[in-house]
Design a protein around this ligand. Structure first.
Ligand SMILES: C[S@@+](CC[C@H](N)C(=O)[O-])C[C@H]1O[C@@H](n2cnc3c(N)ncnc32)[C@H](O)[C@@H]1O
Length: 341
């Protein structure tokens, strides 16, 4: 098992909602005393937790039901040694015939006509790449560029309302794309294991044994919006090239319907936790959760105790930023790691 801890700093930082990039030390701290090799990151999001385990030499499977998350994991976790060369980048940026889809459908919503044309051009050239990991890097870079060029990195509103003139917004889309390729290339490494990226609903993922399963679903709270698809629909659309989704033409944002997930209701979340714990009852289970979510801490402990003899809760202090429509305020929320073994 080869360790590459120094790689961890190379993970391309993101502002992905709910990212656990600040909790990596705590997650490793509760993991390290167990003996394990295979790890499933069942709700991978930005991919940073799976990447942390990859740096520790583990055989990581990274899963999420969003194509954009699966694309990130394919480029950064599954991928061992493929990078995009300068020649590849020039080919991807070269003017080519394209379907003009983004320019047409998203006109005047998020980006300028020129930027939309560049996005369409890159999409067309990505389709010509044959190597799946090159494709994943190029797509991940395009997604990253679009998020960086977007005030707040989200697509729940149109126009430039939150444009504060910051450096990332002043760079061109092409500059952002080139920079994204560079940071992703630098984060690629081989830890000697067969790491895998999967794109599936957590409850439908084919059953297989993993020594350790890390579980970080969307937080259900009665007040907050945890809809990933609504927030990131444009970049999620890019990741799957809008295949198999219906854009809701009447919406201002031209989003498509969110994927159904049990974690959007309280009862649904409880049932889903029960099913997931049962499915992975033979694995070490680590669950991220926070004090303002439901099921409550006590209920979660009871659920875990249904399948695990030993259960503990490790509180992790963490300042969490909550964006509301009018203000962004910092709330101190208690984060927990539930561990069952
Ligand atoms: C809290 S985030 C995970 C954050 C991640 N641990 C990180 O550090 O970036 C929750 C993730 O669950 C995914 N998700 C929601 N419902 C899902 C489901 N039913 N199956 C698989 N993934 C789901 C969302 O797409 C989102 O990426």
């Amino acid at each position: 098992m080869s360790q590459h801890i120094e790689q961890l700093d190379k993970f391309p930082s993101t502002r992905y909602m709910g990212s656990k990039s600040k909790l990596l030390d705590s997650i490793w701290e509760v993991s390290k005393d167990f003996e394990f090799n295979s790890v499933l990151d069942l709700f991978s999001g930005s991919g940073v937790v799976g990447y942390m385990y990859k740096c520790h030499g583990k055989e990581v499977t990274s899963n999420d039901y969003m194509a954009m998350a699966a694309t990130y994991a394919k480029a950064l976790i599954e991928n061992k040694d493929i990078v995009l060369s300068n020649r590849d980048v020039e080919r991807i940026l070269k003017q080519t015939d394209n379907d003009g889809f983004v320019e047409r459908v998203f006109k005047d919503l998020y980006f300028t006509d020129d930027e939309n044309r560049l996005i369409d051009n890159i999409r067309a050239n990505i389709k010509r790449l044959r190597n799946p990991h090159k494709k994943a890097i190029a797509k991940a870079a395009l997604i990253r560029a679009c998020m960086k060029k977007r005030p707040r990195g989200i697509f729940t509103y149109t126009g430039q309302r939150y444009n504060d003139g910051r450096q990332d917004l002043r760079k061109t889309m092409e500059e952002q794309f080139r920079e994204a390729v560079t940071v992703i290339n630098e984060a690629v490494f081989d830890n000697g294991q067969q790491c895998v990226s999967t794109w599936a609903d957590s409850l439908k993922l084919r059953k297989k044994h993993y020594d350790l399963v890390y579980i970080d679903p969307p937080y259900y709270t009665p007040q907050s919006d945890n809809e990933y698809v609504r927030r990131y629909h444009f970049v999620e659309g890019l990741a799957r090239d809008w295949n198999g989704v219906d854009i809701q033409k009447e919406t201002k944002t031209k989003k498509f319907k969110s994927y159904p997930t049990p974690f959007s209701t309280r009862d649904g979340a409880e049932e889903a936790f029960r099913a997931i714990f049962k499915k992975y009852a033979d694995s070490i289970l680590i669950v991220s959760y926070s004090s303002n979510s439901e099921p409550t801490k006590e209920e979660m402990l009871a659920l875990l105790s249904e399948v695990k003899e030993n259960v503990k809760v490790v509180p992790v202090d963490y300042t969490y930023s909550f964006g509301t429509r009018k203000s962004v305020k910092r709330n101190s929320v208690q984060e927990y790691l539930f561990v069952g073994w």
